[in-house]
Design a protein around this ligand. Structure first.
Ligand code: CP3
Length: 384
């Protein structure tokens, strides 16, 4: 089946949240036309960057969130005995792990191997990533004194290993884009406040509503931290970045707009001058999509709950979309997978730009061969 680059239908239906216009006026330049950056990266003309800019592509680009990791035996082998965050601080290991899924799956981009909590570790916050659990914080932030753990980032001293790994990778990758990333202030704050992963984010919401000044001060510090992390990656050669707000779907649009969006907008605005596309992603964000776009994204990442044509309608024609195959579909028999992949491509073709991805990350139990087959199918079925 052939997917064509369809003229995106003129959608008069603007997002019906009048608040968005207000926010778009306040937020520095989410939709500004940026001047071309001097010394365009080797990846500038790749399909992934073209799709992000809503330009025609030769075929739909595809990568997988969390494509590096435990689904790959070669990852488990090189990581054996090395704690997660320590592995992120060894440039040679980071380079190898980042390249593994590119070799194995034939994806159109590498995603820098690191973690959303790595910058916290780099500035000295006492935390670890526990296997099968996630980030665990020794001294959760519960008051203003707790904020002092989050000191300003000194990129050269704190993140030299990121610069080195990104440089190595960009050299190896040539015209293939390297995606840098960071954690959005809300999602990172949720770990700091809860002390670890949490299902309902009770403490986070209690602080947001009960101590809004403390909450805002925390998110503001985290915005600067993530902005610094993203800038380091871009300046070292990452040609696109993704802001992960994985758990923000827990919020209503009103609370998102009031308590969280300004901080995410600060992060996205802080890298706008560098001229690389910014992808903004969260899980369960169907009701937040227009706001997440207006926060300063070029591409909005969509989970599997909203079809991409509908997602694109919700955010309007000025944005590309990324997604959104239900990760669980990878465990179904191949004919079911194939049907769903083609559906996602068809729906994605209704948006002005589409980057194929899962609706959330790769899981350790997934069969690498199936993921490789998905990449092949996306390329074949979308070839123009
Ligand atoms: O995508 C990639 O391949 C790049 C690497 C990457 C990692 N973490 C490596 C990692 C990325 C993009 C992340 C982002 C991240 N980290 C997010 C946002 C993405 C998402 O899934 O929503 C979040 C919420 C975190 C925090 C975090 N780190 C969690 C929840 C976990 C999982 C805990 C577990 O063991 O299941 C981690 C650990 C982690 N980060 C692993 C990897 C490969 C697994 C650690 C291991 O291999 O032992």
């Amino acid at each position: 089946m052939r997917e064509s680059v369809t003229e995106s239908p003129n959608r008069a239906a603007a997002p019906n949240l009048s608040a968005i216009e207000k926010v778009e006026q306040q937020v520095p330049g989410p939709r500004e036309e940026r001047p071309p950056v001097e010394g365009r990266s080797a990846a500038y003309d790749s399909d992934l960057l073209r799709a992000a800019r809503r330009e025609p592509v030769s075929r739909t680009p595809v990568w997988f969130m969390r494509q590096a990791g435990r689904a790959l035996p070669e990852y488990r082998k090189v990581r054996a005995g090395i704690p997660m965050l320590e592995s992120c601080m060894r440039p040679d290991l980071v380079t190898e792990i980042t390249l593994q899924p590119v070799r194995r799956y034939g994806v159109d981009a590498a995603v820098f191997f690191s973690d959303i909590v790595l910058p916290l570790k780099a500035i000295g916050v006492d935390l670890e990533i526990k296997p099968d659990v996630g980030p665990v914080i020794a001294n959760p932030v519960r008051d203003f004194a707790g904020l002092e753990q989050i000191r300003p980032l000194d990129p050269d001293a704190d993140l030299w290993f990121v610069t080195e790994a990104v440089r190595q990778l960009v050299g190896e990758l040539g015209p293939k884009p390297l995606i840098g990333f960071g954690g959005a202030p809300f999602t990172v704050a949720s770990y700091l406040i809860e002390g670890g992963p949490s299902k309902n984010l009770e403490k986070t919401k209690a602080m947001m509503l009960g101590a809004p000044e403390l909450f805002a001060a925390l998110l503001d510090r985290l915005a600067d931290l993530t902005a610094g992390f993203l800038r380091v990656q871009i300046e070292a050669g990452a040609s696109v970045v993704q802001l992960f707000d994985s758990w923000v779907g827990a919020l209503s649009p009103r609370d998102y707009q009031r308590y969280v969006m300004p901080h995410s907008a600060k992060v996205l605005a802080a890298v706008a001058d560098l001229g690389v596309p910014r992808i903004h992603f969260g899980v369960g964000t169907g009701e937040l999509l227009p706001l997440m776009a207006a926060a300063g994204a070029d591409v909005v990442g969509v989970d599997w709950r909203v079809p991409l044509d509908e997602a694109s309608r919700r955010i309007g024609p000025g944005y590309a979309v990324q997604g959104n195959l239900d990760p669980a579909v990878i465990f179904a028999p191949w004919p079911a997978i194939e049907t769903r992949v083609r559906e996602v491509l068809r729906e994605g073709a209704q948006a002005p730009g589409h980057i194929f991805n899962l609706g959330h990350g790769v899981m350790p139990e997934m069969d690498p061969d199936t993921l490789a087959r998905v990449v092949e199918l996306v390329h074949e079925a979308s070839a123009r």
